[in-house]
Design a protein around this ligand. Structure first.
Ligand code: PLP
Length: 367
């Protein structure tokens, strides 16, 4: 019989550590009653922009909405192509298709699972209007090379899908400050999460920021004047209040995540279990801790029996998904296909204890 179950993402321990701050923040919103665009929205945007080191932060309803609005700021639509990775959560490609554009999937690096920058140039056509690299599992892609290719081809905007990488860095710069636009998610299990849906867009470009602010409120430039097509894309005040409370502990959590991720790395290397590699010029925030394993299903069962939940990020590349495979897209992405068969994510949180980590390794080495 399983012993105690190790949470896949431990939000309960986190809540216990910041309960008074969360309750105080929520109570303040209940008292002032400004549930939409209340003062917490601006406070959060200011704090997150300073943390990331960019001029503008625009909070939005989710990470998906952040990506959608970012593409809308560049009027992307029918006849356009957007280069991205097939090895991601579906939102990354969904927003492209929703706008009537075509996703062009470029294969991944087998060891990091991030888009392979050396393959991007060959995928660029006169119709290419954006590139969306995903900072998968919390580790940015090779952003210097991607930005350089984009600049050389007429300044194609680069939109970092940083849904999993808030708090990570690349050559000393924070994720979300690595390209034209950075988009993150505050989904509860993300490195910085709220208690529902939320997200944010980051940019140094004043015009893009202004367009994002208008698009998130139905394209409104002033009350009831709709100068562009927009969406109902605001993040509500209560969720901003939750992120503000969690943000007080965030730097500590990032340090803990990195320690825990690095400890996993050392332990797995010692027992020769293959894992996602981290590049030395990047600091992953380990949104997921992911291994490469054979006999995945039986290992998952053995782990579950021992009280260790696991997850697969992701079991099928996006260009193989039923809704996406017929999108007039002939791209072959063999590395993504291969990795989809062997990735396995383990419990990962800022509060994961050393003893739980040891238990996970013990079970994995014996199954
Ligand atoms: C890589 C990636 N992109 C986009 C999203 C979408 O974020 P949200 O769930 O906040 O819409 C996610 C969330 O799981 C994600 O992991």
């Amino acid at each position: 019989m399983p012993g105690l179950v190790i949470p896949f993402v431990d939000l309960k321990t986190q809540y216990q550590a910041i309960k008074p701050q969360i309750q105080d923040r929520i109570n303040r919103v209940l008292e002032h009653g400004k549930y939409i665009m209340g003062p917490e929205v601006e406070e959060l945007e200011y704090k997150l922009a300073s943390y990331v080191g960019v001029k503008h932060c625009i909070t939005v309803a989710s990470g998906t909405e952040a990506l959608l609005i970012s593409l809308m700021t560049h009027d992307i639509g029918a006849g356009n192509e957007v280069i991205t990775t097939p090895f991601s959560f579906v939102s990354t490609a969904e927003v492209i298709v929703l706008l009537g554009a075509k996703p062009v999937f470029v294969d991944i690096e087998p060891d990091t699972c991030n888009i392979n920058a050396t393959l991007i140039e060959a995928a660029i056509t006169p119709r290419t209007r954006a590139i969306i690299p995903v900072s998968l599992y919390g580790q940015p892609s090779n952003m210097d090379d991607i930005n350089e290719i984009a600049a050389r081809h007429g300044n194609i905007p680069v939109i970092e899908d940083a849904a999993q990488s808030f708090g990570a860095s690349y050559k000393g710069k924070k994720s979300c400050n690595l390209s034209t636009i950075g988009c993150t998610s505050f989904f509860p299990s993300k490195p910085l999460g709220c208690y529902g849906d939320g997200g944010a867009i980051f940019t140094n470009d004043d015009n893009i920021a202004q367009a994002c602010r208008e698009i998130r409120v139905h394209g409104q430039s002033k009350r009831y004047t709709h100068t562009r097509i927009g969406v109902g894309g605001r993040m509500d005040t209560l969720q901003c209040a939750v992120v503000l409370a969690k943000f007080e502990r965030f730097e500590h959590e990032v340090v803990r995540r990195i320690e825990i991720g690095n400890r996993y790395n050392q332990l797995f290397d010692t027992v020769n279990i293959s894992r996602v590699r981290q590049r030395s010029d990047r600091t992953s925030v380990y949104a997921q801790y992911t291994l490469f394993v054979e006999q995945r299903e039986s290992r998952q069962r053995a782990l579950l029996h021992a009280g260790i939940p696991t997850a697969i990020h992701y079991p099928m590349p996006l260009n193989e998904q039923p809704a996406y495979k017929n999108l007039d897209s002939a791209e072959q992405t063999p590395r993504a296909l291969e990795n989809a068969q062997r990735v396995l994510s383990l419990p990962m949180s800022a509060d994961l204890s050393e003893s739980d980590q040891n238990r996970i390794i013990e079970v994995l080495t014996s199954c």
